[in-house]
Design a protein around this ligand. Structure first.
Ligand code: ANZ
Length: 806
């Protein structure tokens, strides 16, 4: 019989399987009332910006292997995908290329969806979410109105971050080092009427909940804790000399240091600042909040110390934040670094009131020079001062959060309209629920300047007031797109939502998300907002749990030539090009093999080629093997030494691959174990093999193909069907291993004299002590070393060593 030559040609294999999977609805999933446990595997959905990039490939491959693996392990797996479809780029494209944002968005979605299918992503597309669709964003309007009714949405004039280039307000979370997160322009402050969502209502719970997120990365939890920024302390009132009836309220975390106060500091825009400032104009430096220099200015006014009655000078300073605490603080130079620096610069007294170390001493210690609390430890001292101030009606205990309410108004077109009508007579009037959705009009003009197109569209703007019927105007702003991504995870579980945002029964079955995969850049934005919405929806009885996602996996970024892959750097590798040349399985394998998933990944052409060669090796190994073994039935049995060795390799590989996937998805090492397995199989000469060996070998090939299939699903199904199996690998059970057979059957034993190594030998696992002792004593090197002396003692450590003491 002539032997066939086999070439691995992914372009011939891959499209065929993609079609079969989609035709057979292989990725559809239903709720299961049976014994199958559920898994909800979710990757952060993409913004449809044009084409899939390598970062997406990595993100979705990580989730896809998980989804496929769990399904083979017998879980009922939900693995959905959608589109975060509102947003600025669509609008910018509209202005630059004169294409409607909707058209642009849907065209991109079509391209990206095809790309995801080409990458074998096992999504249940029936559950696809496109956030710019009326049927999605209408529920956001419903939620907004409900929040409005409950006082959780409100309108307020505030100084806000304004990006002059995007011409829109940005949330604090969208400002990175004073710049716009999207376009990098320096952000300015602008005072405007805005809509806010009261995330601060949940500040305490959002903070406490972090402790329950045992499967979230520590660094992300720390970022959230700091962002929420809980400070426990007190507010204290200082009377003002010559201004009876006025007080300055300060916030402090250290009320115990009150006897060490040498000044009060107000933010330059504190409401009393101009009243108290007897010196006229403010010097420029005091208003400069950008610099790290501490600039202060004595107002000429004095406050009265609430405990000692002493006169305390009132200053203005640039580093006091207007909207933190009360916008005013007490300066205690001896026990605060910043205050120490400030007092040193302006020659204010430095009064030590806590004993414990060199100044500035900022830790807890023992109060001194503080009549009420001398000798008390910091914790007790704080309590006593607060009690005293409360009694004198001069202050109270106070907890402050750094977290601010979430400003969601955006002066843009391509977003969810805020369902509000402004009536000259009735003021702010919510759009009645029966009139929802407030549709985003399609027929608007996109001009390069002039703000939001909605504000320029009379057909949209002009409405009748629902209350008085008089002429009124719609709210022209739209919601931040982060609102859409705050609840999408709860929309996926139900296919037929009917007339509701989310379906309780389906959410109860599928939520929380078991594994949520995405980038670290969302730590204090999206990942906080979706926790907030979970609690909101829980309080409304829409969902049950307190937290939306059990495990968070924050994947690293993809680099090339030392820089993050990005269009502006010109170092982008196009996944399509890679797929066309080497196949989707290679692309998937590369992003998973190149390093641990949470670490950054450096692109390497060699490593890509290496992955391709490996898959080719597997293909040829199996196809060649099948030529010899097509009539052989796979069996897991071994008698001879060689057979036992191979059997051990097989069980060990299954064990290691399984353990590595289970152990926080260590895919890269799991793949290495499969590579070793393939090397081992190549060493076996089938032509000389026993019947038993051949059956075992076939079993090995089967298990190899099954284990590889979540990583390289096209190749997996191709080879599996070549083996004569009718089922898809995804519907086949993950291989099992036997713990005993997986254990290494050989151990290296070290032979020592007086603790010095003389020789080594390979022994069976569990060789009895007596046998090891005999082996050692009859070893040539040991005999030499003993030089005829007889041993005093022989110490045996099973499976490890024999030490001979002379
Ligand atoms: C007196 C004091 C003594 C303070 C001491 C600290 C140590 P966190 O932890 O961030 O909440 N502070 C209060 N309001 C401020 C504002 N609007 N802008 C800038 N700083 C402000 O910080 C609370 C501390 O920061 C407060 O406690 C106050 O200084 C200062 F030994 O009061 B402390």
């Amino acid at each position: 019989m002539t032997r066939k030559q086999f070439d691995y040609v992914p372009t011939e294999i891959e499209p065929k399987w993609q079609k079969k999977w989609l035709d057979k609805n292989l990725f559809y999933v239903e709720n299961d009332s049976g014994p199958k446990p559920k898994k909800f595997v979710l990757e952060m959905f993409p913004y449809p910006s044009g084409r899939i990039h390598m970062g997406h490939v990595r993100n979705y491959s990580i989730g896809d292997v998980m989804a496929r693996y769990f399904r083979m392990r017998g879980y009922n797996v939900l693995h959905p995908m959608g589109w975060d479809a509102f947003g600025l780029p669509a609008e910018n494209a509209a202005m630059q290329n004169n294409v409607h944002p909707k058209k642009w968005t849907y065209e991109n979605i079509a391209v990206m969806k095809a790309q995801l299918n080409r990458l074998a992503m096992s999504f249940d597309w029936r559950r696809e979410i496109t956030t710019c669709e009326e049927d999605y964003y209408r529920w956001e309007q419903v939620m907004f109105l409900r929040m409005l009714k409950e006082g959780l949405a409100y309108r307020e004039k505030r100084k806000l971050n304004w990006c002059p280039s995007c011409e829109t307000v940005l949330a604090n979370e969208e400002v990175v080092d004073t710049r716009c997160w999207r376009c990098d322009s320096v952000v300015i402050q602008k005072e405007m009427d805005q809509w806010f969502l009261k995330i601060t209502k949940y500040a305490e719970e959002l903070l406490a909940g972090i402790d329950t997120l045992t499967q979230w990365p520590e660094h992300i939890k720390t970022m959230q804790r700091n962002w929420i920024g809980k400070s426990v302390g007190a507010e204290i009132d200082f009377a003002i000399e010559k201004h009876p009836g006025n007080t300055i309220r300060v916030f402090t975390t250290r009320p115990d240091t009150i006897y060490g106060v040498s000044a009060l500091l107000l933010a330059p825009h504190h409401k009393l600042a101009s009243k108290l400032n007897e010196m006229g104009e403010l010097p420029a430096g005091v208003q400069d909040t950008e610099t790290t220099d501490k600039v202060g200015f004595f107002t000429g006014s004095y406050a009265i110390h609430p405990l000692t009655g002493e006169k305390i000078p009132i200053w203005l300073a640039n580093f006091v934040l207007t909207d933190y605490g009360t916008g005013a603080l007490m300066v205690v130079p001896a026990h605060d670094e910043r205050d120490f620096e400030f007092a040193t610069k302006y020659k204010l007294p430095i009064i030590k009131v806590v004993e414990g170390g060199d100044l500035p001493f900022t830790e807890d210690g023992m109060s001194v020079s503080s009549p009420l609390i001398n000798g008390l430890k910091t914790g007790d001292a704080k309590k006593k001062i607060i009690d005293h101030l409360v009694q004198k009606k001069r202050g109270e205990a106070k907890i402050n959060f750094r977290l601010r309410d979430w400003g969601i108004s955006r002066q843009r077109y391509w977003g969810t309209p805020i369902p509000i009508i402004h009536c000259p007579k009735d003021g702010i009037v919510p759009v009645p629920e029966k009139d929802l959705p407030v549709r985003l009009p399609e027929n608007v003009e996109f001009k390069k300047t002039g703000g939001s197109p909605l504000a320029q569209s009379p057909e949209f703007l002009n409405v009748k007031c629902p209350k008085c019927g008089g002429p009124a105007k719609r709210e022209p702003d739209t919601m931040s797109t982060f609102v859409e991504s705050s609840w999408y995870y709860a929309r996926y579980p139900s296919i037929k939502h009917g007339n509701e945002a989310v379906n309780k029964k389906d959410c109860d079955y599928w939520l929380p998300v078991d594994h949520y995969i995405g980038g670290v850049e969302h730590a204090t934005g999206h990942l906080l907002y979706f926790r907030f919405f979970q609690k909101l929806m829980r309080d409304w009885g829409w969902v049950s749990g307190d937290e939306p996602a059990k495990q968070l996996i924050s994947q690293g970024m993809v680099y090339k030539d030392g820089a993050k892959m990005s269009k502006s750097k010109g170092n982008v590798v196009d996944p399509d090009e890679l797929i066309a040349r080497l196949g989707a399985d290679t692309a998937r394998l590369f992003v998973l093999f190149a390093g641990p998933i949470e670490k950054d990944l450096e692109w390497s052409d060699q490593s890509v080629e290496g992955c391709y060669r490996f898959l080719g090796r597997v293909y040829r190994l199996v196809m060649n093997g099948l030529q010899d073994l097509h009539a052989t039935k796979a069996e897991d049995r071994a008698t001879s030494g060689d057979e036992k060795k191979l059997q051990h390799l097989m069980h060990k590989t299954i064990k290691n691959v399984t353990a590595d996937i289970e152990k926080d998805f260590h895919y890269n090492t799991a793949i290495s174990f499969m590579m070793e397995f393939v090397n081992g199989l190549y060493q076996i000469d089938l032509s000389a093999a026993s019947t038993e060996m051949r059956a075992l070998y076939k079993k090995c090939l089967e298990n190899l193909v099954l284990m590889l299939s979540p990583f390289a699903p096209h190749l997996g199904d191709e080879l599996w069907s070549e083996m004569g199996h009718k089922e898809f690998t995804l519907n086949t059970n993950w291989p099992k291993y036997n713990e005993e057979l997986a254990k290494s059957s050989e151990k290296e034993i070290v032979f020592q004299i007086n603790g010095k190594i003389k020789d080594r030998a390979i022994c069976r696992d569990g060789t009895p002590d007596e046998e090891l002792k005999e082996l050692a004593l009859s070893n040539l090197k040991i005999k030499e070393g003993l030089g005829g002396k007889s041993p005093k003692r022989v110490i045996v450590v099973p499976n490890k060593l024999v030490n001979i003491v002379v």
